[in-house]
Design a protein around this ligand. Sequence first.
Ligand code: HEC
Length: 161
Amino acid sequence: MKCILLLTIVILLWACNSSNSNTQSLQRQIDSLQAQINKTYKPGFGEFMSGIQVHHNKLWFAGVNQNWKLADFEINEIKESMDNIKMYCTDRPETKFIGMIDSSLQSVSNAIQQKNSLQFKNSFHILTTTCNTCHQATGHAFNVITIPSAPPFSNQDFSAK
Ligand code: HEC
């Protein structure tokens, strides 16, 4: 009887020990995956902004040429980059200001949907002012965005087809 009891204890201890070492091995795998995630490349705030700068410029030339399909594409690229900042730049305190641009992006979108040139130009001006308001609010007042005077690239046609 004693012998059976002893054997049961030994088996239980062995089972406990092996599940313990399973947990340890899982923990090691989690730690190594976490280390890999931490090393994964994520674009920085400034890289998203440089992309936004290009789309802001193209948006203007699409709009003034009444190329509404291209304008719609460009405004959505800006919206997407703003969403990506919210998702990928959570470690930057400036990210909490990003929502201030939402309503001016939406006014430009509305002008594009209505194919309204005057409303497009007005809302684009407000959008540009809001870019600068955020730069001022986040200590980047030296970074001044203007209405573009020339397209960013010579190899793209902005006219409506
Ligand atoms: C959260 C508020 C915010 C809004 C809204 C915002 N920006 Fe910025 N922008 C920043 C910050 C912060 C930086 C500095 C990023 C860094 O540290 O590299 C920046 C940097 C930039 C740069 C400099 C990038 C470089 O490396 O030269 C440009 C260009 C730019 N923004 C364009 C725009 C445009 C165009 C808009 C509007 C469509 C806009 N930004 C809206 C916060 C904002």
